[in-house]
Write a protein that binds this ligand. Sequence first.
Ligand SMILES: O=C(O)CCC(=O)C(=O)O
Ligand SMILES: [Fe+2]
Length: 204
Amino acid sequence: MDHAAAKDVLRQVFGSDSDDDDTKVAYPGPSGLKVVKGWLCPYRQENLLAAIAVEEWFAGSANQAMRFGGFPAWAEDLAEGIRSHFDSEQLAERQPLFDQLIANKYRPGEGLKPHVDLMRFQDGVAIVSLQAAATLSFTKGDRRVNVLLLPGDLLLLEGEARYEWMHGITAEASQQWQDRRVARGHRISVTLRKLREDVFNQTT
Ligand SMILES: O=C(O)CCC(=O)C(=O)O
Ligand SMILES: [Fe+2]
């Protein structure tokens, strides 16, 4: 199957509403929340999953793997590809852009407790979604914004979205998205962040 055909299949399966494979979607909730829909084509998603499999991070029952600094080559490539999607000039020029990578594995229906990412990380967080759809819920007080993430989507958090809103995933076998229910399958996400310089210096 060529890339275009694979994309068509994915679109039929997941019902992506985007005709453009590189559409940035700005949400009405938190400022600094951005999704680049279909950032990785199905072929690159497969390559990324294969690279993660080679690392054997999910051997046995492990569902999270963390890597500081010294990224494997595929992770360097991934990080560099994200750079141009950040809005702030500071992030566009930061060296390195990220020095920590976490791969999270979710079984169907598994959730993620609402949280704000730890303060030991700088602004500018990126999350790549793979394998299955999930809705990430952003909450602040009684405000709630649901963001559907499909395989290949890139989520970016800056400023308010990173510091002032919590994000999490409800534990449920399927999730309502607009007028349909989306089943939750096996999902892998890759989170890329940079430690604050002062924290980094303390630990080296
Ligand atoms: O799996 C996701 O999409 C979110 C991961 C996350 O929030 C984190 O690693 O801090
Ligand atoms: Fe997070």
